[in-house]
Design a protein around this ligand. Structure first.
Ligand code: ATP
Ligand code: MG
Length: 403
């Protein structure tokens, strides 16, 4: 118990601590501290004050292993953060991994604007810790920033996202096209979801896919998954996106109406946004609706790259039960086809089960019969309607009284 409380601090006492101060939308400043365990909350705020002089910072956040942000406002919370950080460092060392800097995110900061962060200097102050000059490191392109096409090309050509910077952790799931991993992006310290898809295609097609994916940098909606970059290594493409700690909706049980209503509104807003960019989703289903513990709902896996969709389709086995009848029949796909899939998805989420019968009869059933509601009442039973009309009229007459 005693070791748990004090062990990591003592074990790390002589080690240099690197604190990476993230600057909203501009990068990060690395601050080397030689006596990390004695560091006080005030010291950190002072350094943040020098890094972001025009902002009033009262607190900062750090990310736990699930990518959730935890706020630090006191020495007590600062200790908890250091203790957490040192325990992860020990784990990294046991696993033979490189020690990652401690990332912090200043709160209540104004954006640094035009300031040249590359010229930044943090002065060493007398105090419990010794600071060395910070180094500026690159950060991920923020998906809230709109970028020019030339800028985007540069990002992609520079391979801003690359295999060397990524440490794969857990497998989040397998789909028909590939496997999704939870991963750590070393330069930015961000947790990502990386979808890896095997594609045996020519270099020419690889280039085409990369250029088609560029539009993702321009997607700027809180209802669409954040896109950080993509790259090819040999015959596989890795697509790096924001990690959602709640996963996809397909693994949840029947969702109560007051929650599902809010989820539905978010999904509809996400789709409306895509449609406004002339992008059809083409794969609306619960496993492509992601949630996080902040209550956000975001769409993923939409078909921005025709070439990618076609390449995956070549190796695709099985049927997509959420497909609209016109799609199954090979007719033209349109917004209404996305709406169909949306309806089927939400019926499933509301009922807690897929609304159609078993797979074998499924396709025929969707094309021939339509909605289960139609199937249930497709008996031509006019007597039911007749009785209802008669009853209603009778009631109305009795309310009006004798003429
Ligand atoms: P299909 O390949 O038929 O579209 P799918 O959507 O289930 O099926 P993938 O897109 O490969 O397959 O995703 C696999 C699983 O990974 C998803 O079901 C989801 O649980 C998880 N996942 C995908 N993206 C993320 C993400 N950004 N954050 C967290 N989990 C994710
Ligand atoms: Mg998916």
């Amino acid at each position: 118990m005693l070791w748990l409380a004090f062990g990591p601090f003592h074990a790390m006492e002589n080690q240099v601590l690197v604190i990476r101060i993230k600057i909203p939308n501009s990068g990060a400043v690395d601050w080397t501290v030689h006596s990390g365990p004695q560091l006080l909350f005030r010291d950190v705020l002072d350094v943040i004050g020098q890094v972001l002089p025009e902002a009033t910072t009262t607190a900062f956040e750090y990310e736990d292993e699930d990518g959730d942000r935890i706020t630090v406002r006191s020495d007590e919370e600062m200790k908890a953060m250091l203790s957490y950080y040192y325990s992860t460092v020990m784990e990294q060392q046991v696993n033979g991994q490189l020690t990652e800097p401690l990332q912090i995110f200043p709160r209540a900061c104004k954006p640094p604007g035009e300031r040249n962060i590359h010229g930044l200097k943090v002065n060493t102050r007398a105090g419990p810790s010794q600071h060395s000059s910070p180094a500026v490191s690159d950060s991920l392109p923020s998906n809230s920033l709109k970028k020019s096409s030339a800028e985007l090309k540069k990002i992609l050509a520079n391979g801003q996202m690359n295999e060397q910077d990524i440490r794969y952790r857990d497998t989040l799931g397998h789909g028909n096209g590939g496997t999704v991993y939870k991963a750590y992006h070393v330069p930015s310290g961000k947790i990502l979801a990386v979808k890896v898809i095997l594609l045996d295609i020519t270099l020419e097609l690889q280039k085409q896919i990369m250029s088609e994916l560029e539009i993702l940098y321009k997607c700027d909606s809180s209802y669409i998954i954040g896109f950080y970059g993509a790259f090819f290594v040999e015959n596989r493409i890795s697509i790096c996106t924001e990690f959602m700690d709640g996963g996809s909706l397909d693994v949840y049980r029947k969702i109560p109406e007051h929650v599902l209503g809010r989820i539905a509104v978010a999904v509809v807003k996400g789709l409306t946004y895509l449609w406004s960019l002339k992008i059809l989703h083409r794969d609306v289903k619960p496993s492509n609706m992601l949630v996080n513990t902040r209550g956000q709902v975001k769409l993923c896996d939409f078909g921005v790259s025709t070439q990618l969709v076609n390449s995956i389709a070549k190796t695709y086995v099985g049927t997509n039960a959420y497909m609209a009848p016109e799609r199954i029949s090979g007719e033209q796909y349109g917004i209404h086809s996305d709406v169909w899939s949306l309806g089927i998805s939400f019926m499933e989420l509301a009922l807690g089960r897929f609304p159609y019968p078993q797979p074998l009869q499924l396709l025929q059933c969707i094309v021939d019969e339509g909605h289960p509601f139609i199937m249930q009442f497709n008996d031509g039973n006019a007597a039911v309607v007749s009785m209802w009309v008669c009853r209603e009229l009778e009631e109305r007459r009795s309310q009006q009284g004798p003429l």
